[in-house]
Design a protein around this ligand. Structure first.
Ligand SMILES: [Zn+2]
Length: 287
């Protein structure tokens, strides 16, 4: 089905890894201080040093709720940036949701790991001369610290956000819930604070019937970032990424979490095991 990378039952819930398009980012920036000869073996760059990445969201259906985690760019990029980013949204989030029978009105909650435009851009949509929430009946969940840092952005951080197209319209519509650290959102769904990429970055844990799926967000953007020192140059607090990544991956191994990779070019999710060489590695299924 269009834009669907994975689908399975999780206890009493049903989950889908949903594509919101693909994008090309500078390979060097995606791997921080790691020299190109090491990362290019994992993801070969194009002639402009860019690597293709996915934008993957998670759709969760519990018995009574429909929840979307992360939203992609949502089309809000001008032609110049669209070219620089090689942005392809032909498999957009709304089309992908529609392919599994979910309309925007059906969504009860939207959770974003942080407010960067490639994660929160799709929270709003152009409608009758202005931007409005894409999911008209949903509450939107974000850490309060993330919001404060986004609306108070400075020259180093401002380009990651879409103030007029995304943040202000959400604020004006009164649909935001600001969270202070680890919080249960509803039965089986909670967020945990995982700073590093940004100060207010959060990850999402969905659990039912003894099984857990973890949406790590940019703490581990792709399955090629499992090695703890593979930290993006985009991260504002790289040391915290290094520490928090190991903590959450160790827990993912121990508790057998299925982990969703928000920017992996190929795969939606995998289990994680300890690896002698890289610290951690993916595995398809639990043995
Ligand atoms: Zn980001």
């Amino acid at each position: 089905m269009m834009g669907i990378l994975g689908h399975r039952k999780l206890g009493d819930f049903e989950i889908w890894a949903v594509r919101a398009g693909t994008v090309k980012m500078d390979g060097g920036a995606m791997f921080g201080v790691i020299p190109r000869p090491l990362w290019e073996k994992r993801i070969p760059p194009d002639e402009r040093n860019r690597i293709r990445l996915g934008m993957t969201c998670l759709l969760v259906r519990t018995q009574d709720e429909t929840i979307v985690i992360e939203t992609g760019f949502g089309g809000k990029v001008n032609e110049k940036l669209r070219e620089i980013f090689g942005l392809d949204e032909s498999d957009g989030l709304l089309a992908s949701l529609a392919s599994v029978g979910v309309a925007p009105e059906d969504v009860d909650r939207v959770i974003v790991t942080h407010l960067h435009q490639d994660h929160a851009g799709g929270c709003t949509i152009w409608e009758k001369g202005g931007y409005a929430p894409t999911f008209p009946n949903a509450r939107y969940f974000v850490q309060r610290v993330e919001w404060d840092d986004a609306v108070g952005a400075d020259a180093q951080t401002v380009n990651g956000f879409r103030m007029e197209e995304v943040l202000r319209p959400l604020e004006k519509a009164g649909v935001l819930n600001f969270l202070d650290g680890d919080t249960e959102i509803c039965t089986g769904v909670r967020v945990v604070s995982t700073p590093g990429h940004t100060r207010g970055h959060q990850s999402v844990l969905v659990a039912s019937g003894g099984e857990t799926v973890c949406f790590v967000g940019d703490l581990v953007p792709t399955s090629h970032h499992l090695k703890p020192i593979y930290v993006m140059a985009y991260d504002l607090y790289p040391r915290e990424t290094f520490v928090n990544k190991q903590a959450i991956l160790n827990q993912a191994v121990q508790d057998q979490w299925l982990v969703v990779w928000p920017h992996d070019p190929e795969i939606g999710w995998s289990y994680v095991r300890i690896d002698d060489r890289d610290g951690f590695a993916t595995m398809d299924r639990l043995d």
